[in-house]
Structures are given as structure tokens and as C-alpha cells.
Design a binder for this molecule. Sequence first.
Ligand SMILES: Nc1ncnc2c1ncn2[C@@H]1O[C@H](COP(=O)(O)OP(=O)(O)OP(=O)(O)O)[C@@H](O)[C@H]1O
Length: 271
Amino acid sequence: MTNTLEYNIDEHLIEKEPFYMAQSNEVEIGLTAQANQLPLLLKGPTGCGKTRFMQYLAWRLKSPLITVSCHDDLSTSDLVGRYLVKASEAVWQDGPLTLALRAGGICYLDEIVEARKDTTVVIHPLTDDRRELPVEKLGKLYKAPDDFMLAVSYNPGYQSVTKDLKPSTRQRFVSLNFDYPDPELEAEIVGRESGCDPGLSRKMVKLAAMTRSLKESGLPEGASTRLIIQAVKLMQGGICAVDACRAGVIESLTDDPELLEAMDDMITSLF
Ligand SMILES: Nc1ncnc2c1ncn2[C@@H]1O[C@H](COP(=O)(O)OP(=O)(O)OP(=O)(O)O)[C@@H](O)[C@H]1O
């Protein structure tokens, strides 16, 4: 008999409806994928709404959502589980993937390409019609219940070839391409999230669009929706618009003096 550490999975239920503004039919596709036991791959730049989308989907499905931020040290045991020593006894602790699977919830692996290659292999039998998770250390093979969903995200923008998803991994997923919303929609999101007036949210969206156009000039990524909302919050806290955009937006984008100067001009043209 294995002693197991018990968790309260209900802590991962989202009780209040998260504010999510759909860009297209991604909600319908997400719900249909889940109903058909298909895994989801969310592609898109940082801060464009992928996590919020997953929170909304989990709320709609009344499913617990367990999110894992992947990194290059993430091992299979971190996902699946491991034995811990408690009071000189070996106790099994489910990892987030096993936990979500056993509860019939959603496991969201954020930035999957950051994880070690051997870690991504563990999801292969889970993402085809076998839908099973082998837990070698326990000598068990868990079959995913129908409600269980695996979702992963990655940002194609700054992946090197070595960090790209292998075709054998990506071709298991239903893929949704996320991008920054259209300006009108983005301004509405900024307004709803920060409570600022429409004039300011439109200006901030304009600034974000201007920075995004600098991608060809070497800026790895323009300002995300998240970043402009943060800058508005600085303004609401009493920081003047120019300083809020400097500290809240452009300094977070680059250290390159020329690009910073170009973006500083953008700020002063708007405020
Ligand atoms: N469609 C949307 N509806 C509501 N809020 C949004 C939407 N898109 C972006 N946001 C706002 O932008 C913020 C950042 O979005 P989110 O955390 O979902 O980004 P992400 O794509 O998961 O980024 P990362 O890849 O860095 O994890 C949210 O907290 C929310 O305030």
C-alpha cells in the first residue's frame, strides 16, 4: 500500500466568471475539443490572453484548472509526481498532471517548449486516443477520465529551432492561434481591466501598436495587452502618463538605447 498526500482539488475551481473577450470562435473550439477529449495547443505572443482564455474555459466547464509554468529544469517527476519522505516514511505526492487527470480537470502547461524534451514525451500517450498516463514509480497506468483536458501554450515568436515543438508532439493537438486583439477590442479590454476612460485606453493601444511595428527594427516583441494595462494602473496611482509609459511599457521591452529613444518619441507624440 502506498501512502499518498491528499490535496483539495476544489482549490483549483474558478468560482467567479473571469472577464474574457473572445477574439473569434476560440471558446466554441475549446469547448468542442474538450467534449471530444482532444488536447489544445495555444500559440501566441506573451500577454495576449492565452491564460485568461484557459481560466474562462475552465470556468465554463466547471473544471479545476491546474497551471504549470514550464522551465528548462522541469522534470517528468515534477509533472507526474514523486515520493517524499515524511516522518521517515515514503509518501507519494501526485504531480500537477496526475492530480488534474485523476480529478478530471484541466492541466495547462504554459510555455511547453521550455520544458526538457524527455518531459514532453510523457504527454504523448495522453494526447492520442490512448489517453493514458504511465506512472512508472508507482507501477500504475492511469486512464484519463472523459472530462480531463490537457492544454499547452507556446510563443512561436521567440523560439529557436532547438526549442520548437516536434511535429510528433504538435500534431496531437487542436491548435488555436492567438494574437493581440483588433485595436477596438483591445481598447475595450484595457478599459474593462483598468477602469480607465476610452480616450486613454485608445491611446495606450495606439502606443502598443507603434511598439509592435518595431519588430522589423529588432525589437523582439512589442508591448502586450498586459503591459499597457499595467502602465494605466501606474497612471491611476498618480504617475504622470509619460513616466508611466516609460517605466511601465518601454523599459520592459528592451535595453537597446536606439529602440528606447524611438519609443520615447512615440510616447511624447501621444502624451
Ligand atoms: N481577450 C481578453 N479578454 C480579457 N482580458 C484579456 C484578454 N487578452 C488579454 N487580456 C488581459 O491581458 C492580461 C494578460 O493576458 P494573459 O495572462 O492571458 O496572457 P498570456 O497570453 O497567457 O501571456 P503569457 O504567454 O506571458 O503567459 C490579462 O491578465 C488580461 O488583463
